[in-house]
Design a protein around this ligand. Structure first.
Ligand SMILES: [Mn+2]
Length: 378
């Protein structure tokens, strides 16, 4: 049985304010391609399908198109859970009409944890899909006031799941959690709302033949070779510059798992360039996401605009000697601004050295109103 393990798609996410819709489109195509090339029997998406509970309609449509192609162009079974960025109810909605024989979609934790059972030449394989759940929700679902940390939630879900695994079947667990020992980046949101320990010990998965994890964005194993994060398909920040993203292909044999990765080929990569401004301007033009760290001693005039002539997706600029940067001139001299209009006024005053006039204030007020009421269609 071959499993293609992915996670943390974060559809709808932006990179420093730039849309990743095209990047995601290409990545989704590569998942379908890998399913076919690898002849995978099952696609696993281990949570964080979307970047937020209410993703843009364009992202929902994008995912719907992906699911349609998945069902029309492949025979793969699908096992999918919600992650901490998802609305559990939104993901759960996709389970309503799914065929129990080849699809298991779970958005909301349940005390009855029925697996998807598939067969290969070696026998049965049970897939337990454990949706992400906060502690307060799990306390209600499991009727256990003692659940006070993510480790307790997973332990309750695992215990419910284990009961339902058929005798002699191999067992695959899909979960969205921070397993102790994993390397965390800057893009992962904390899994506990009240603070405290958010990690789960890897031995909670005792007895599983493979654990397909979501949450940490770097591809990695934790605690054992068969407990793995596939990682996110795209780098979402400059802390992930130059990192390679991949899917994990798991070949589940009778008594062992063979694991290899299939790299994603993103249309835009993430680079952090350090050097003198003149050197960077002489570099090879690129559409990649660029962060420039300038080593120049003297502040430059509008360096970002000139950089973007070579690197149109340059989106962050800093000076190695940060104290010289004109961009870091502090706001907050004078009294504290209290309303959005006052804040914009303070900003304009710092930038231009004079107060806004009545006409400018009216324009600002008008734009703020449009933004607040969501009518700005640009
Ligand atoms: Mn994530």
């Amino acid at each position: 049985m071959k499993i293609l393990h992915t996670a943390d798609l974060h559809l709808g996410r932006q990179f420093m304010g730039l849309s990743l819709e095209e990047d995601h489109e290409v990545i989704l195509g590569q998942i379908l391609e890998a399913l076919m090339v690898e002849r995978a029997d099952v696609l696993v998406i281990a949570g964080d399908v979307f970047d937020r509970a209410s993703p843009p309609n364009s992202s929902i449509r994008q995912f719907n198109r992906f699911l349609k192609r998945l069902s029309e162009e492949t025979d793969a079974a699908v096992v999918m859970i919600s992650g901490n960025h998802d609305s559990g109810d939104r993901i759960e909605a996709m389970s309503v009409f799914s065929t129990a024989s080849r699809v298991l979609v779970r958005g909301i934790a349940d005390a009855v944890e029925t697996p998807l059972v598939l067969r290969d030449e070696h026998g049965e394989i049970a897939f337990s899909a454990l949706p992400f759940s906060y502690e307060y929700a799990a306390r209600e679902v499991f009727g256990d006031e003692g659940i006070s940390a993510p480790a307790d939630v997973i332990a309750a879900q695992i215990s419910a799941a284990k009961d339902q695994v058929p005798e002699g079947a191999r067992w695959v667990v899909v979960a969205h959690a921070f397993v102790a020992g994993g390397a965390v980046g800057e893009a992962e949101r904390a899994l506990t709302r009240v603070g405290g320990i958010e990690t789960v010990p890897s031995d909670v998965f005792e007895g599983a033949d493979y654990v397909a994890l979501g949450h940490l964005h770097k591809p990695q194993e934790v605690g054992a070779r068969h407990i793995r994060y596939s990682g996110a398909p795209l780098a979402f920040g400059f802390d992930e510059a130059e990192s390679e993203k991949s899917m994990t292909v798991v070949d589940l044999k009778a008594d062992r798992v063979d694991i290899h990765t299939v790299p994603f080929r993103p249309i835009r990569q993430v680079h952090s360039l350090t050097g003198a401004f003149a050197e960077l301007l002489a570099g090879t033009p690129s559409e990649d996401f660029i962060q420039a760290i300038l080593t120049d001693e003297v502040p430059l005039i509008d360096p970002m605009k000139r950089l973007r002539a070579i690197y149109p997706n340059a989106c962050h600029l800093a000076y190695a000697r940060q104290e010289r940067a004109p961009e870091t001139k502090a706001l907050g001299t004078g009294r504290t601004a209290t309303t959005p209009i006052e804040m914009v006024g303070e900003f304009i005053k710092v930038v231009r050295g004079r107060e806004t006039d009545a006409n400018e204030t009216a324009i600002v007020a008008d734009k703020l109103h449009d933004a607040a009421s969501g009518e700005e269609q640009t």
